[in-house]
Design a protein around this ligand. Structure first.
Ligand SMILES: Cc1cc2nc3c(=O)[nH]c(=O)nc-3n(C[C@H](O)[C@H](O)[C@H](O)COP(=O)(O)OP(=O)(O)OC[C@H]3O[C@@H](n4cnc5c(N)ncnc54)[C@H](O)[C@@H]3O)c2cc1C
Length: 280
């Protein structure tokens, strides 16, 4: 289908963007366009204007500053995949195909908030924060609170995501494992694991699940099973079984709910073992 007729605005700078968005409540920022354009073509959304933000270089960066990883909202999946951010860079390599990774941005992905998107498992595991700006000011919220429901970010009219922040994860082992029907698909199940060890005892562990709820969730029961204990095959098996307790998937073209639950266990086990370098 062709998209409906809409206005197209190319602001000179970010301040002009905030002015325009403030005055036009149903205008939509256009970043990589890889979720927005399909939604327009399907006529799921009918904004008055598209406001091009893609070219603003000041929102395209990855840096480690003030003890945090700071990622500009307009950084592409490709650039994140090359930036060496623990866990998140690995997740970026698993998004779609090279075309999508070259155009799509992290700000666009979390503002779209597809329940099967890849970043949310890592962002929820890492306790990431989202910096949001508008003409009225600036606020920072946890990713957990930002992701209110599927396709429902905590964004008011006139607001833009400007930065995603992750804590220092350099002492963590990590892995993001994605089960997909074929390369380039959205996840059937995605599991992100962050693991901090003291010898072979688990000091800290965070497990994020995507594609098995309306929004990404932490597998708290699995984490509790691991924390403070010496790693063993049996322990990992038990913890992976408990990850299923936080999965509430729906049956769809990617598989039945029952199948997806079984895969949560398999992918959690795989993610923990891969975080440990493939052996225990
Ligand atoms: C064929 C295909 C396969 C895909 N496969 C995957 C996959 O395997 N895994 C995955 O995670 N994703 C996948 N995607 C989605 C892809 O990652 C998109 O790039 C992403 O969801 C949207 O990013 P974008 O920059 O293209 O945003 P856009 O499409 O430009 O925007 C998406 C939404 O966010 C809003 N928006 C954009 N930027 C901002 C901002 N800074 N602040 C506030 N609102 C903003 C827009 O107004 C729009 O509502 C796929 C997409 C396609 C087309």
């Amino acid at each position: 289908m062709y998209p409906p007729k809409i206005g197209y605005v190319i602001p000179e700078n970010i301040d002009e963007t905030f002015d325009f968005l403030e005055d036009h409540e149903d205008a939509r920022p256009l970043a990589g366009g890889h979720s927005l354009i399909p939604a327009l073509k399907l006529r799921i959304i009918r904004p008055s204007y598209l406001v091009e933000i893609r070219r603003f270089k000041e929102l395209n960066y990855v840096k480690f500053e003030g003890g945090k990883y700071r990622i500009g909202a307009l950084t592409t999946h490709y650039d994140i995949s090359k930036a060496g951010v623990p866990l998140l860079s690995q997740a970026a390599t698993k998004i779609a195909d090279p075309q999508v990774r070259n155009m799509g941005t992290i700000g666009g992905s979390i503002s779209h908030l597809d329940p099967a998107a890849d970043y949310p498992a890592s962002l929820i595991a890492a306790d990431a924060e989202v910096k949001i700006k508008s003409k009225k000011g600036e606020r920072t919220v946890s990713f957990k609170d930002f992701a209110k429901d599927m396709f429902t970010p905590d964004l008011n009219p006139g607001e833009l995501v400007v930065e995603i922040q992750l804590p220092d994860l350099r002492n963590y082992k990590y892995s993001y494992e994605k089960l997909e029907r074929r390369a380039g698909d959205f996840a059937i199940v995605g599991v992100a694991v962050l693991l901090k060890l003291s010898g072979d005892v688990v000091d800290d562990v965070r497990i994020g699940l995507t594609a098995v709820n309306n929004v990404a969730v932490r597998a708290k029961e699995a984490e509790d099973e691991l924390i403070g204990k010496r790693l063993s095959q049996e322990l990992i098996e038990k913890a992976s079984s408990r990850a299923v307790e936080r999965a509430n998937p729906s049956s769809d073209i990617r598989g039945s709910a029952e199948y997806k639950k079984k895969m949560v266990k398999v992918m959690t086990k795989r993610a923990i073992i891969n975080a440990l370098g493939g052996k225990i």
